[in-house]
Design a protein around this ligand. Structure first.
Ligand SMILES: [Zn+2]
Ligand SMILES: [Zn+2]
Length: 351
């Protein structure tokens, strides 16, 4: 059943290899498979991945096949459903997991769909959410509580990254170090505030983001280019070091300083992605300190989504500071420039 759906729509696409993105008119993806859903997008946020695609870095060159609609973080309304769809209905307010699992491999069958062996990613392996309409398989759709505002609902995917990274072990009453206060690091600070951590220390090289980290609620904010992060963490924790490291930067120095700042038998969760191979002294930083390191990718499906959804529904998180810019869809170039300069938290485009 299709009601009032146009044939054409606006979309921001990666048109060809090289820097940039283009606003174009494309066909609305009306050909739904039996388990597909068509969503009218209300708000879509810009991810670091989208910036990589915009800038056309090495990763993008290896993973993106232009022309393709960009974007993967969104909130919108279901406007059409395939004939077998049973989890959502027309009119539902939804967002979506961006990792599309096969549902059949070992990981999918053992509670680890987020690392499915045949994983497809929205806006990377298929057309994404920087468009008026997006086609998504129902298995990844997430029903939002209608009370959540569109802009906030659109950032649940990166918010889920933060929640997944933080809660692989408990943090309550602990001294936590966050290295890197980019958009996901900033979301992590907001989440950590709700979790009753003892002390929250944040390191970040960008002054705009240090200010933001402070205003969101970090107890101590460090510029690691100006003072020794290790010394600051020691001083702030009576010489013991941090109990938990949340590594969001993807920077080798931050990782090494973070691990050095950890107290023996502490825990590190690594979400940041590194440009190159990283050299660390495993003996001194990990083995003899009995550190537990978790590699984190994506969100636990769908444990993380229940946590994120409930936190937002019950108004336990305030995203008003983390989301620094809400721009018109047409002003996407401004969004990418702000992200490139680092003069922003999370940026959302409204349709
Ligand atoms: Zn994302
Ligand atoms: Zn699978």
């Amino acid at each position: 059943m299709m009601v009032n759906i146009p044939d054409k729509m606006k979309a921001i696409i990666k048109e060809k290899p090289g820097r940039g993105a283009k606003l174009v008119t494309v066909d609305v993806p009306k050909d739904l498979g039996s388990h597909d859903v068509l969503v009218k997008v209300y708000a879509t946020s810009i991810c670091g991945t989208d910036l990589h695609i915009y800038l056309w870095n090495k990763w993008a060159q290896e993973h993106i096949r232009p022309p393709q609609t960009m974007g993967h973080e969104f909130a919108g309304e279901v406007v059409a459903v395939g004939e077998e769809v049973s989890m959502v209905q027309i009119g539902d307010f939804v967002s979506s997991e961006t990792h599309i699992p096969c549902g059949k491999c070992k990981q999918c069958r053992t509670g680890n769909m987020h690392v499915c062996q045949h994983l497809k990613i929205l806006g990377v392996d298929m057309d994404g959410a920087f468009a008026e309409y997006i086609r998504v398989p129902e298995i990844v759709l997430w029903k939002n509580d209608p009370s959540i505002e569109h802009v906030w609902a659109s950032v649940q995917e990166p918010l889920g990254n933060a929640v997944h990274t933080i809660f692989v072990e408990d943090v309550t009453g602990k001294n936590v170090l966050v290295t890197g206060a980019g958009p996901i690091g900033l979301l992590a600070i907001e989440v950590l505030k709700t979790a009753g951590v003892a002390k929250l220390i944040v390191s970040e090289v960008n002054s705009y983001r240090r200010e933001l980290a402070k205003s969101i609620g970090a107890d101590v904010v460090v510029n690691p280019l100006q003072e020794s992060l290790v010394d600051v963490v020691k001083r702030e924790t009576d010489g013991d070091g941090a109990d938990v490291l949340i590594e969001m930067s993807g920077n080798e120095k931050a990782l090494i300083d973070g691990l050095t700042s950890l107290t023996p038998a502490g825990r590190a969760s690594l979400l940041g992605v590194y440009d190159d191979d990283v050299m660390i002294n495993l003996n001194d930083l990990v083995i003899f300190k009995a550190i537990r390191i978790y590699g984190i990718t994506g969100r636990k499906m769908f444990d993380t989504w229940y946590r994120v959804g409930d936190l937002l529904k019950n108004k336990k998180l305030d995203l008003s500071k983390v989301i620094t810019h809400v721009l018109d869809f047409e002003d996407y170039e401004e969004g990418f420039h702000l992200m490139e300069e680092g003069k922003c938290g999370k940026i959302v485009l409204k349709l």
